[in-house]
Design a protein around this ligand. Structure first.
Ligand code: MEV
Length: 319
């Protein structure tokens, strides 16, 4: 056992397939290296303390997430038979919470990695995702697993619930995604049950939309393979229309998408659960990305990030 260990993870954005992924459709999601979470576990003389600091304030404001963190920590303590351990678990997150960037999954991944590092035990990817799911179930109800799979990946991933979770490589050397935070919280569990209710109440409308979102993800994978950024932009716009029809967009997110497209974006859509949170816009080059980012800030985005597709590195199986 070490005196101190840290675990890291990343924010995620879902490029294609949020919500439809819950119903078995494929999705494409991307880890955002510059927006990370670090969990540090260290021995202290006495007591058991958990401190969490998020980008937009201390986690103590968010009872739901804290409950998940505590349950996961207790689970890990008993897994390692360390009930008598006096420790301080410090979580520093650059992610805003409840904005569709996978804050809770990233926190869970970082915590699990910190514990396994601390107890010097090898961690498999399957184990990592299973353990993260303990926290995710408390925070989100019935997650697809996409958030944890992305938060723990070094590469963009192609994901089908309970089936496929694989890294995808593509070549878009000059393009980037602009991420804009609306500053509005959107609860994943609420958005997921809203869509569930729509499927039950209006299956003739909602089911084809879910299927179309899956087809869009398949087309997007194809567009990535042929480096067709114009097509990717159009597919993003189509996704946004479908998600809005399913009821998880709002006026601010719609406005952000329009502003992005008026400022040279190839396409734009909400990302994650919606109802608030972030919009992503595809930019052809760095100067377009800057223009889109500036325009979105003028339109009210509380924060923007620019993520290029360079520097992703395949990892080979390690957790
Ligand atoms: C939330 O980040 C993504 C959703 O598709 C829910 C899930 O996959 O569990 C809305």
């Amino acid at each position: 056992m070490k005196d101190k260990a840290t675990g890291k993870s990343y924010a995620k954005i879902i490029w294609f397939g949020e919500h439809s992924v819950v119903y078995g459709q494929p999705a494409i999601a991307i880890p955002i290296y510059s927006v990370d979470v670090t969990a540090t576990l260290k021995k202290i003389p006495s007591g058991q303390e958990i401190h969490c600091r998020y980008f937009d304030g201390p986690i103590s404001e968010m009872a739901d997430n804290l409950r998940g963190v505590k349950t996961l920590t207790n689970h890990l303590i008993s897994l390692f038979g360390a009930q008598d351990l006096s420790f301080d678990l410090n979580i520093e997150s650059k992610l805003p919470s409840e904005r569709g960037m996978g804050s809770s999954a990233a926190t869970a991944i970082a915590i699990v990695r910190a514990f396994f590092g601390f107890f010097e035990v090898n961690l498999t990817r399957i184990q990592l995702l299973k353990l993260a799911d303990i926290e995710e179930k408390i925070t989100h109800g019935n997650p697809s697993g996409l958030d944890s799979a992305t938060a723990s990946s070094n590469m963009p991933i192609w994901f089908v619930k309970n089936e496929i979770n694989e890294q995808i490589d593509f070549n878009l050397p000059t393009s980037s995604l602009v991420i804009a935070d609306s500053g509005i919280k959107g609860k994943t569990s609420e958005a997921v049950s809203l869509i569930h209710d729509n499927i039950v109440d209006e299956p003739e409308t909602a089911k084809p939309l879910i299927e179309e979102l899956g087809k869009i993800a398949v087309s997007a994978k194809d567009a990535l393979a042929t480096t067709d950024d114009e097509r990717l932009g159009k597919l993003m716009n189509q996704s946004q229309r479908d998600l809005a029809q399913l009821g998880v967009s709002n006026q601010t997110l719609d406005t952000f998408c329009r502003v992005a497209c008026d400022n040279r974006a190839l396409g734009a859509k909400l990302t994650g659960s919606g109802l608030g949170g972030c919009v992503i816009a595809l930019a052809k080059n760095q100067s377009d990305a800057q223009q889109i980012s500036t325009a979105l800030r003028s339109a009210g985005a509380t924060q923007t990030w620019i993520q290029s597709f360079k520097n992703y590195q395949f990892s080979t199986g390690e957790a």
